[in-house]
Design a protein around this ligand. Sequence first.
Ligand SMILES: Cc1cc2nc3c(=O)[nH]c(=O)nc-3n(C[C@H](O)[C@H](O)[C@H](O)COP(=O)(O)O)c2cc1C
Length: 194
Amino acid sequence: MQNKKKRILIGSSGASGMPLLLCCLELIRKAENYESHLILTPSALLTLEHECGLKEKDLQKYADKIYSPEDIGASPASGSFLTEGMLVIPCSMKTLAGIQTGYTDNLLLRAADVTIKEQRRLILAVRESPLSAIHLRNMAQLALLPGVRIMPLMLTYYHCPRTLEDMTNQVAARLVEPFGIKSEEYHRWEGLKT
Ligand SMILES: Cc1cc2nc3c(=O)[nH]c(=O)nc-3n(C[C@H](O)[C@H](O)[C@H](O)COP(=O)(O)O)c2cc1C
């Protein structure tokens, strides 16, 4: 029996922004016919605990499957494992550099490399400030590849958010939308109200 659900690979590395990871996983979980396959680096687990007070086992209710970054033989390491693509949220500058150079020494980096070689969608929710010339060069190189989108974790005010949750929902909804996931909480721009 073939798996009928659409798989989205989620990589998470040790940058700030873990509430956004949780929100993206929640949107995928709520979407009909989608499932999430999550790979967290050891640094991601540190920032997850620092920012959300959660441990890896707590993510079992958010993600359909969780892989160890050391499990280089797991399904996402092969292009024959069909996915809709991959979202890296948050994407640290180290993981960005690993993806840019093709240095695939963990499962997250290998899965991103596979996503690129198969010309599937790869969204990198990068987070650092300020950005150095090295960071910007890595982003510029990756942005040239088919299917790759650099979507920095940036605050938005144009939808007039009232709470941090409003702002988090808006950013997360934009990150999962390219995979075909719609969120009711996503405020589309409909022109200035005059
Ligand atoms: C609380 C905390 C916040 C961090 N935030 C960032 C960040 O926003 N961007 C970044 O590139 N690195 C950040 N780092 C540093 C990365 O975790 C570090 O470079 C790590 O080696 C990244 O490894 P990974 O890409 O394999 O997860 C942060 C570290 C900690 C402990």
